[in-house]
Design a protein around this ligand. Sequence first.
Ligand SMILES: [Zn+2]
Ligand SMILES: [Zn+2]
Length: 158
Amino acid sequence: MKRFMEALRIVPRVAWLIGALAYLGLGAFSIYVSHHDPNMREWPSWGRALFFGLMPLLVIPYVALVGYVYADARRRGMRYVVWMLLAIFIPNALGIILYFVLRDPLMSPCPQCATLVKHGFAFCPKCGTAVARACPQCRRAVEPDWSHCAACGTALAR
Ligand SMILES: [Zn+2]
Ligand SMILES: [Zn+2]
């Protein structure tokens, strides 16, 4: 629940706004259709209200999810515009699912200057402070459990 609230917080406000406008637009459109469709005019009015009031509501979580992908990809240092477009245009929310499978780990702040540093960087790009274990030969970041550097093969002291 806490993670869910945190996720809601990073959805940009404009995404909620777009979602609300899309809901109003869809609602108005479906009411218009219902008045012109001979079959639907037979429906009881509460049935129509339920159908056209609640169905378009689904657009709000969808737009919020796209907004989440945008904001989350951005804070992870990923290509956020590309990911947002994939989330919008790949049908059946597959772009959104793909995003959650492929997203990079969160960036962590540099202990010296608080700049957010991408996962896999050994040094802060802003101030040069070491933020992770680095290979003594090529200075690339190495994982804590490696015995050899993946980039140059140098044996690492454990
Ligand atoms: Zn720094
Ligand atoms: Zn190396």
